[in-house]
Design a binder for this molecule. Structure first.
Ligand SMILES: Cc1cc2nc3c(=O)[nH]c(=O)nc-3n(C[C@H](O)[C@H](O)[C@H](O)COP(=O)(O)O)c2cc1C
Length: 218
């Protein structure tokens, strides 16, 4: 199966969307979870902040030849980041002209605790698919993305990443079998109040590192 993993995070460096797409790739490749003989070619495309997808012939070739497209991105104001949205609009004609329509899955991650915050963004992706005559096959909404994306020492399926591991396995299974899935919303196995406490400390540390005052500046 030819699979494209499209990263729609506008961050230029390390980002959580990439961690989630890489996790999916590791599961899809034949191994302990999916002991499949099938060969899957997996191509990564990263949009970053500047990229215009129509100016990248390699990306266009991969997109028009793929059977499965997985779009991973962060939730921005309950929706799709503007740079990704603009690129999705640019790709509409391309996909409308494609004789073989890929299955499209989404992996949305957000900063708040609950994954259910990603409901609307997944629906927006579904509407975009309908508009481009693509097959919308559902996806994951991952809460506490900043924590799950940075807990390198904990493997998926363990500790706070227990539901995350299960959700990723379900998504990988759906992709391999070519089936649609109802959106799965993931919230970590971690107390909400501690997550909120850590988040409140985190932004202060980042502000100090960037020489920004914690007081209001009007
Ligand atoms: C401009 C902006 C808007 C955001 N809006 C939301 C939001 O509405 N809800 C939420 O839970 N997180 C929101 N976040 C947090 C990101 O979704 C979160 O940090 C995510 O893990 C970033 O993923 P990435 O590293 O793949 O870019 C926002 C972040 C930014 C910078």
């Amino acid at each position: 199966m030819r699979i494209v993993l499209l990263n729609g995070s506008p961050k230029t460096g390390k980002n959580n969307s990439q961690y989630f797409l890489d996790t999916l790739e590791k599961i899809i490749k034949p191994g302990p979870v999916h002991d499949s003989e099938a060969e899957h070619s997996i191509v990564h495309i990263r949009l970053g902040r500047e990229k215009d997808i129509l100016n990248d012939p390699d990306a266009i070739k991969s997109l028009t030849g793929c059977e499965t497209l997985v779009i991973g991105f962060p939730l921005y104001v309950d929706g799709i980041p503007s740079h990704l949205l603009r690129n999705l609009e640019k790709m509409e004609d391309l996909f409308k002209r494609m004789p073989h329509k890929p299955h499209v899955y989404g992996i949305v991650n957000n900063g708040f605790y609950e994954g259910v915050q990603c409901t609307l963004a997944l629906q927006m992706l579904g509407h975009w698919c309908m508009h481009c005559q693509l097959n919308w096959y559902g996806g994951l909404g991952i809460g506490s993305g900043e924590m799950l994306g940075n807990l390198d020492s904990v493997p998926p399926g363990h500790g706070p990443k227990k539901s995350f591991g299960t959700g990723m396995n379900t998504l990988a299974g759906a992709i391999i079998s070519g089936t649609a899935l109802e959106p799965i919303f993931i919230t970590p196995e971690f107390p909400r109040f501690l997550y909120s406490f850590m988040g409140n400390l985190g932004w202060k540390v980042t502000a100090r590192q960037n020489k920004v005052s914690l007081r209001k500046q009007y």
